[in-house]
Write a protein that binds this ligand. Structure first.
Ligand code: NZQ
Ligand code: ZN
Length: 393
């Protein structure tokens, strides 16, 4: 077991109609002038944005707006946000949306609170020393960004999708009303469930240092998501299933399922980031499309964990042939992905990648990870290329 620091400063306000508390939550934290940051219009169409504005007005909090965040949020809008914050004297950032709106707000928060170019942080050439305070009204259970220390931004110049991690950006509060996710297209719900599973799997498939309690929490979380994703497939309006998935999303990426381990694997995420950068695919779908190939590639290096996963999470019979059982577990997860409409290879994702694209992604992935990534098995550029090739069918 490794030492760990568990830091989750986000106040969670969970349940029906909780968005009506947004104004008082901002005020409690001393916010007087808010940047309302949101995406391409789902929060306008659902009426949520108006309810949030009414809540801010009722609390006497002023606001300016910046919508237009796209999935795989862009650096250019972040720069616009930083300028707006400075011009308007904004002192609090409020993201209303999914991971993209939240991550874009986090980047604006870094950019406005530090001198120099915000992209430096995402290139890891220097560290941020501060971030503006951020609140979240969550509309999509997926990334866990509402409690995480992470943000992921795409620079259109070179289509580089890069993440930056620091606890400075952890939201001060997260309003989580599961009902708000009921307007999601089924595809986005499925992408979200996949991302949540992946955030736990990334921390579960490691080469040591695991804690019994952490493993048990992780396994229960994964079983809960598998069960409730299936319920939502047939009954998308099911509030309790929405709630289970929403809370799982936050716990999956706030550090809880990594306590005592070595920091996790995260190679699948890094492989997906290059796919998101190059092909602009939905994050969850990209993860599903590459995970099975990654799993088979690293299996022999992490066999006991894959066996345990197969039995405790996927319900595989604990047969004596450990590898055969582990392979059944991988196949069961892939069949779950297909069941909820997720791809398990590039062609199902709508991509036929040319060999030079695969090489480019492997090169960029290796560069972004300092040459190697992973814990289940440490991958270098040739391994990354081999996994992309396996998934490219
Ligand atoms: O833009 P709008 O119109 O709001 O539509 C969005 C978008 O098209 C729509 N949507 C969101 N809530 C909705 C809704 N539509 C109807 N009803 C609702 N309630 O869903 C689409 C996807 O939204 P987006 O925010 O992009 O999705 P997600 O939450 O999956 O975020 C993905 C981004 O987060 C990054 C990903 O790489 C990707 O860039 N990640 C961030 C992490 C973090 N900060 O901790 C960790 C993750 O591993 C991930 O890398
Ligand atoms: Zn993710």
């Amino acid at each position: 077991m490794f030492n760990f620091t568990y830091y989750t400063p986000t106040k969670v306000v969970f349940g029906r109609d909780t968005e009506s508390q947004t104004g008082s939550l901002v005020k409690e934290l001393g916010g007087t002038r808010v940047l309302l940051h949101y995406g391409g219009g789902s929060v306008v169409r659902s009426g949520l944005l108006d309810r949030v504005k009414a809540s801010l007005a009722a609390a006497g909090v002023a606001y300016v707006e910046l919508g237009g965040v796209v999935p795989n949020p862009r650096l250019s809008l972040v720069r616009q946000g930083i300028d707006l914050v400075r011009q308007e004297g904004v002192d609090f950032l409020l993201a209303v949306g999914g991971g993209s709106a939240i991550d874009s707000a986090k980047a604006i928060g870094y950019g406005a609170a530090n001198e120099g170019d915000v992209w430096d942080f995402y290139e890891h050439t220097r560290q941020a020393s501060a971030c503006m305070p951020i609140g979240v009204v969550l509309t999509l259970s997926a990334t866990g960004s509402e409690m995480s220390d992470s943000s992921v931004i795409t620079n259109e110049d070179g289509w580089k999708k890069r993440g930056y991690n620091s606890s400075l950006c952890r939201p001060r509060f997260a309003v989580m009303n599961p009902q708000l996710t009921a307007t999601l297209p089924d595809y986005q719900t499925a992408c979200g469930c996949t991302d949540i599973l992946m955030h736990t799997m990334e921390r579960y498939f490691t080469s040591g240092g695991n804690m019994e309690l952490t493993d048990s929490i992780a396994e229960a979380l994964m079983r809960t998501v598998l069960k409730n994703a299936r319920i939502l497939k047939d009954d998308p309006q099911n509030y309790d299933a929405r709630a289970e998935v929403m809370w799982a999303g936050s716990l999956s990426h706030n550090g809880l399922t990594g306590c005592g381990n070595d920091g996790g694997d995260f190679a699948t995420h890094m492989l997906e980031h290059e796919m998101g950068g190059l092909y602009d695919v939905a994050h969850g779908a990209g993860l599903a499309a590459v995970w099975g190939s990654w799993a088979r590639y690293v299996l022999d290096h992490c066999l006991p964990r894959f066996f345990r996963f197969a039995v405790n999470v996927m319900g595989v019979e604990p047969i004596a042939d450990v590898k055969a059982a582990a392979l059944q577990g991988i196949a069961a997860m892939e069949s779950f992905f297909r069941e909820i409409g997720m791809p398990t290879c590039f062609s199902e994702l709508g991509i036929t990648a040319a060999e030079e694209d695969l090489s480019l992604m492997a090169k960029k992935c290796a560069a972004a990870t300092g040459g190697k990534k992973g814990s289940a098995r440490v991958l270098t550029e040739p391994d990354m290329l081999a996994i992309y090739r396996m998934a490219n069918h």
